[in-house]
Design a protein around this ligand. Structure first.
Ligand code: SF4
Ligand code: SF4
Length: 98
């Protein structure tokens, strides 16, 4: 029998929608919710301040081996906060194809 991974009826949802299984967020690819726009990083403008990393509500921004920042689009929901907070304007929201 396949292991049950999420509630199928509202009666099975925990009070307050609390999550009791650690690490379960890795299974929820919030990138699939994204509605048309994604962030693009411009290394030539980035000053490596990490502000985008701090403000991302999905925690999906990471620094590469050179110290430049980028987002894991599997978990990016396209909110645009990183672009809004990046004062050197190194992050731009662009339309996605399809
Ligand atoms: S906020 Fe902008 S300048 Fe700062 S690390 Fe992120 S992309 Fe670079
Ligand atoms: S658009 Fe939103 S979710 Fe995606 S990387 Fe930027 S702050 Fe994070």
């Amino acid at each position: 029998m396949t292991e049950k991974r999420w509630p199928e009826r509202w009666q099975e949802v925990n009070p307050g929608c609390m999550v009791f299984t650690p690490g379960s967020s890795q299974e929820y690819h919030t990138g699939s919710w994204r509605a048309g726009r994604k962030p693009v990083w411009d290394k030539s403008k980035c000053i490596k301040c990490g502000v985008c990393y701090i403000f991302c509500p999905e925690g999906c921004i990471f620094a590469d081996e050179e110290g430049y920042f980028a987002g894991d689009l599997t978990y990016c929901k396209g909110c645009g906060i990183c672009a809004h907070e990046c004062f050197p304007e190194a992050v731009t929201m662009v339309n996605e194809e399809g």
